[in-house]
Write a new protein. Structure first.
Length: 185
């Protein structure tokens, strides 16, 4: 059984509260999409999954550093095989659109996983992939003991993408789920 840790990026309030746009908070979007993704994975006998936040108002840590450490420490302690951190991107350009993936290294097992997740998102939601990039400075990518990817599912600052993530979290979860399953088959 493949153990996948789903990190719903950010907290509903500081510390580490994340981006805001179009009247929405990043932590709220990542929470509800992450719960649905976890449930899809757990409905498949090949996977078991847990999340970093177990209620919408749960706050991890007392600072940005301890919030990030709580997430990676939980994944490491659980012995996850893969770590997926969910996020919503932000830009001052409200027409910025698309999903992105970040990995520690382009040679990591997480690189093709991130590519597959972005393809799955596109197939279900139509969110265009902006690509997968190495970002070894990101805490959740360098402090996990397993292959890890950070997925920016769409732009919270783009009205259409923000509304889609908020109003149809099940499609975002299904797209990522399909991408995960495709990676392992």
């Amino acid at each position: 059984m493949i153990k996948i840790f789903i990190d719903q990026g950010h907290n509903p309030k500081n510390p580490n509260s994340g981006a805001e746009g179009n009247g929405l908070q990043e932590a709220d979007l990542t929470y509800k999409i992450g719960i649905r993704l976890r449930d899809l994975l757990n409905s498949n006998p090949d996977f078991t999954s847990i999340t970093s936040r177990n209620s919408p108002d749960e706050i991890l840590g007392t600072s940005n550093a301890t919030s990030l450490a709580a997430r990676t420490n939980a994944a490491n302690a659980w012995g996850a095989d893969y770590f997926i951190s969910l996020h919503a991107n932000a830009s001052q350009i409200t027409t910025a659109t698309g999903s992105e993936g970040y990995v520690y290294s382009l040679s990591s097992k997480a690189y093709p996983l991130a590519q597959s997740i972005l393809k799955g998102l596109y197939n279900i939601t139509g969110t265009v992939s902006r690509g997968v990039f190495a970002r070894p400075t990101l805490y959740v990518l360098r402090k996990t003991a397993m292959p890890a990817t950070l997925i920016e599912m769409g732009f919270i600052t783009n009205p259409a993408e923000a509304a889609a993530m908020n109003n149809d979290p099940a499609s975002y979860a299904l797209g990522m789920y399909n991408g995960i399953v495709s990676y392992f088959t």
